[in-house]
Design a binder for this molecule. Structure first.
Ligand SMILES: CC(C)(COP(=O)(O)OP(=O)(O)OC[C@H]1O[C@@H](n2cnc3c(N)ncnc32)[C@H](O)[C@@H]1OP(=O)(O)O)[C@@H](O)C(=O)NCCC(=O)NCCS
Length: 157
């Protein structure tokens, strides 16, 4: 299977935040943001594998600042680390206040997907071809996070 580059699958989803996305405080509901983050990561992983990809782990999900109704929000997803059948994505959320142009990063997460074949079993994905020092560094950090996740899985935590 031919290796693919990070740029072959990275993507940005954009969504205008509307009143129906808000919680009782008038900010955007965390669950809405989490769903869109998962959508962005899943599309990125699926693009790499060209097979359906399911979420197997979410970690380091942070809520740094609230998002407001009327913000234009982008969900940027890129691959950081690829195993045999699993793929770790980094998803970064940025909110833009349309009237002022003020932008801020509001969320970040590492989400792992597994590609499945027609029988619903994990299937091998293309290798990731790294072309920059930043990509190699992200890979090393992703590999370390994946080792820690699998360690927690063995311990059942
Ligand atoms: C994804 C799933 C098929 C994996 O099943 P499994 O029996 O653990 O399969 P395997 O042991 O062969 O592992 C498959 C890959 O997942 C990785 N994996 C398994 N559990 C993991 C975890 N907790 N965290 C990170 N990676 C994990 C393995 O390391 C392996 O990766 P590799 O091939 O790159 O080394 C199964 O856990 C599942 O169906 N989960 C539910 C998925 C789902 O419904 N998601 C929500 C909706 S999309």
């Amino acid at each position: 299977m031919e290796a693919k580059k990070v740029k072959d699958s990275e993507l940005v989803l954009s969504q205008l935040m509307q009143p129906e996305h808000a919680n009782n405080l008038g900010n955007i509901h965390g669950g809405v943001l989490m769903k869109l983050m998962d959508d962005a990561g899943a599309m990125c992983a699926t693009r790499h594998a060209r097979e359906p990809a399911v979420t197997v782990a979410v970690d380091s999900l942070t809520f740094l600042e609230p998002v407001h109704i009327g913000d234009l929000v982008t969900f940027s997803a890129r691959l950081t680390y690829v195993g045999r059948t699993s793929m770790e994505t980094e998803v970064v959320v940025e909110a833009e206040e349309i009237l002022t142009g003020r932008r801020r990063i509001t969320n970040r997460a590492y989400i792992v997907y597994v590609a499945l074949n027609g029988e619903g079993r994990p299937v091998e994905v293309p290798r990731l071809s790294l072309v920059s020092d930043e990509e190699r560094e992200r890979w090393q950090q992703g590999e370390m996070r994946q080792r820690e996740r699998l360690g927690r899985k063995v311990q059942g935590t």
